[in-house]
Design a protein around this ligand. Structure first.
Ligand code: GAP
Length: 434
């Protein structure tokens, strides 16, 4: 884990938030490569769940919602952890994680009795900070989709089964955040709410568990590091009939990457009750009105990024050197191609290399780098997972060819510059579309 955290900082994937002020603990900023990885991951999810299907539409609901929505959802009443504070060092602990409920695990001081602590961030809407103006930062994106169910029925007239998909920020005032970006107070979720006939809920629940598990594998996660874990009855969230977690074998142990829940008709019924609106679905065929059941695959963008970073981190010995490579899937790699001049003191080589990089930039994410000797430049690109390095040397002046080096095998090929784009597009396929 330390190696991945250090690489993330060294190479510009992830930085501590507000670093120059000593950092805001457990809050992270994505740097130039991190944001590309994150965007590629979100694009891959959107492509698989929205563009590749006919039954799911995308959405982008606001972070702020009517406070009543959080009463209906049960978050005001149920979304809390029990916490204890140390009377001596003032640190706060999640009661569930304490071995000794009375003694501070850090300084040995006496702990207060366990008290409920709501995990929602509260703020005020408008200029006056008074009760009545209180509003919450959403702790999940899901509710934004449930409250739009009627708008979707009225505007799109979908037939069951159909789904909504959304990617967006969520906020939870976690008592014990940690493990780098695994548990933070501000994070991104990618959630699907899939509406089905009640009698078909179990069938779709099971098929979504498989579908989501396979999605991680399709992007290169090692099968040995991924598993499914069904929740016991006493572990289920207040809204869930059943739930299966997809877990990843992180360096700190098997932990949840995504949860797939059968939420039954809990959400639509509650929002109908609290809003006074009729949220039943009318089935043309049977002429029945009823609340559809909801199957919800809910994943974390940051957790998935962390899992892909950890899973792709690879070290190998090359001669006397240690080569560090991020063997990221081609759809996820932040940079597809790097163009590197072998001699940076030869203006004609530099000009040609820059022109090649500029041409490639039209269709794929590529970079130009001449800030070091070639060995150093290769090492740098390997560490961020760049798929191909195109090296421009003096020979180009005679044979109009460049050397293309593949990341994982390090095999090199001489390719004519006029064939370079075609060669790379054959190798990279659809990722060429930016
Ligand atoms: N709508 C259901 C829901 O929000 P959840 O299991 O609480 O379910 C879903 O959250 C996913 O969101 C988790 O599997 C995880 O990937 C991500 N997630 C939840 N809390 C998080 C946190 N504090 N930091 C980072 N990711 C988190």
């Amino acid at each position: 884990m330390d190696k991945v955290v250090s690489l993330c900082k060294r190479r510009g994937f992830i930085f501590q938030s507000s670093d120059i002020y000593g950092g805001l603990s457990n809050t992270w900023d994505y740097g130039p490569y991190g944001v590309e990885l994150k965007n590629n991951l979100k694009r891959a999810w959107w492509k698989a769940n929205v563009y590749a299907r006919d039954d799911i539409s995308g959405m982008d609901a606001a972070i702020l919602m009517h406070p009543k929505a959080w009463e209906a959802s049960g978050h005001v009443q149920n979304f809390f952890d029990l916490k204890s504070d140390c009377k001596n060092c003032k640190k706060r602990f999640k009661s569930q994680e304490l071995k000794d409920k009375n003694k501070c695990p850090e300084c040995g001081g006496t702990l207060t009795e366990a008290r409920p602590f709501n995990l929602m961030f509260k703020t005020y809407q408008g200029p006056v900070e008074e009760s009545g103006n209180e509003i919450y930062m959403r702790p999940e994106t899901a509710q934004g989709m449930f409250v739009n169910f009627l708008n979707i029925l009225d505007s799109r007239h979908p037939k069951l089964p159909f789904g909504l998909a959304q990617i967006g920020k969520a906020f939870r005032n976690e008592i014990t955040p940690g493990n780098f970006t695994f548990r933070t107070r501000e994070f991104e979720q990618m959630e699907i709410e899939y509406f089905v006939l009640p009698k078909e809920a179990d069938k779709y629940y099971k098929s979504w568990v498989e579908e989501r598990f396979n999605w991680y594998l399709s992007l290169g996660i090692k099968k040995a590091n991924l598993r499914k874990r069904e929740h016991a009855q006493d572990e289920l969230a207040h809204y869930a009939h059943s739930c299966t977690d997809i877990e990843y074998n992180f360096p700190f142990g098997w932990s949840e990457l995504e949860g797939i829940a059968n939420r039954a008709d809990f959400d639509l019924k509650k929002h109908a009750e609290y809003s006074g609106r009729d949220l039943k679905y009318f089935d043309d065929a049977t002429k029945e009105r009823f609340y559809p059941y909801i199957i919800e695959p809910s994943g974390g963008v940051d957790r998935a990024c962390l899992a892909f970073l950890v899973d792709s981190y690879h070290e190998e010995k090359v001669k006397d050197d240690l080569r560090v490579v991020l063997k990221l899937h081609k759809d996820l790699a932040p940079v597809k191609v790097a163009v590197l001049p072998l001699l940076r003191n030869r203006p004609e080589i530099v000009t040609l290399a820059k022109k090649i990089a500029r041409d490639l930039k039209q269709s794929l994410i590529s970079v130009y780098d001449d800030t070091g000797a070639i060995g150093k430049l290769y090492r740098r690109q390997d560490e961020v997972g760049t798929l191909y390095c195109v090296t421009v040397d003096v020979q180009i002046l005679e044979d109009k060819q460049v050397t293309v080096r593949e990341r994982d095998t390090m095999l090199q090929e001489r390719i004519g510059i006029e064939k370079l784009k075609e060669y790379l597009s054959d190798k990279l396929g659809t990722v060429l579309l930016k």
